[in-house]
Design a protein around this ligand. Structure first.
Ligand code: ADE
Ligand code: ZN
Ligand code: ZN
Length: 278
């Protein structure tokens, strides 16, 4: 996701974490405001394009090599690169947050990676190999030229909140906080109420890599249905601001909502595990 998506995921998670979890991460991240997760949500992207942060690039995605529209799906051994992928990164950095032998600065950095990658694994094109996750597919969105990856990272989410009459503008934090509060209400009492417990079911019973792979597979399923329903060539140079947007918007909202709710449950589990070992 772009900055706006990641910040929304983080605010949404802060709506659902336990008080103990909030206090733990406020201390670890040295930020005692309600923005303690949101403020670090885009840090992993800020280092990705620096000389010393380049190696972290592949950790933002898993390039599933089944090609839509005829086949979709992730095979971990085939699709996770030797240098790592978003699934192995969630597993690795979660274990580093838990590892009390690491310096607090290293555990804080690991937490920042987890907060970011739980967001990214829910962006369907972060689980797709075709044209580098759509980066190589030029399209139009409301008459402006973008690549398909950018449309899914940013344009769709930004148009959703514009429709909700609080545009993003140049201040993503207030708009993201407001969208997160609306999505939190959808989870508590609205359209997601019936399913949200399924989103986090059995988390404590499985390994981090199993869970992350399930999340990736679930997001990847949207690639064959909504993202590239007729494959990559059919969408090239198409205008996506109309009917395509109408079909894609509910998927973006769902994936952002799942990411935030799951991040909260994940951070709660981390803090529970740490307190058990003390
Ligand atoms: N680079 C290569 N594949 C990618 C993907 N799926 N998402 C983002 N960047 C990528
Ligand atoms: Zn992206
Ligand atoms: Zn990212």
């Amino acid at each position: 996701w772009g900055g706006f998506g990641h910040i929304t995921v983080a605010y949404l998670a802060s709506n659902f974490v336990s008080n103990t979890t909030a206090a733990y991460f406020q201390t670890l991240l040295r930020n005692d405001t309600t923005d303690y997760l949101a403020n670090v949500a885009t840090w992993a992207d800020s280092i990705r394009y620096t000389k010393w942060g380049r190696w972290t690039g592949p950790l933002h995605y898993i390039d599933a090599k089944d090609s839509p529209p005829h086949s979709c799906g992730i095979v971990y051994e085939r699709d996770c690169k030797p240098e790592g992928c978003v699934v192995s990164a969630i597993q690795n950095y979660t274990s580093r947050v838990l590892d009390q032998s690491l310096h607090v600065v290293e555990r804080a950095q690991a937490a920042k990676f987890v907060i970011h990658f739980v967001g990214d694994i829910h962006q369907p094109l972060h689980t797709e190999d075709v044209e580098k996750g759509g980066n190589g597919i030029s399209v139009f969105f409301d008459d402006k030229r973008f690549n398909l990856h950018h449309v899914w990272d940013s344009s769709i989410a930004e148009k959703i909140v514009t429709h909700k009459k609080h545009g993003v503008g140049r201040r993503p934090f207030p708009a993201a906080k407001k969208w997160a509060e609306q999505l939190a209400e959808e989870i508590r009492e609205g359209q997601y109420k019936a399913n949200s417990s399924e989103w986090v079911k059995g988390l404590e019973l499985k390994s981090a890599s199993e869970i992350a792979l399930e999340w990736a597979v679930e997001g990847n399923a949207h690639v064959c249905t909504v993202v590239l329903p007729e494959g990559p060539e059919a969408i090239r140079d198409q205008e996506l601001g109309g009917a395509y947007f109408e079909a894609a918007a509910p998927v973006v909202e769902l994936q952002i909502a799942k990411a935030g709710y799951r991040l909260a449950a994940w951070l709660d589990l981390v803090v529970t595990a740490i307190s058990k070992n003390e």
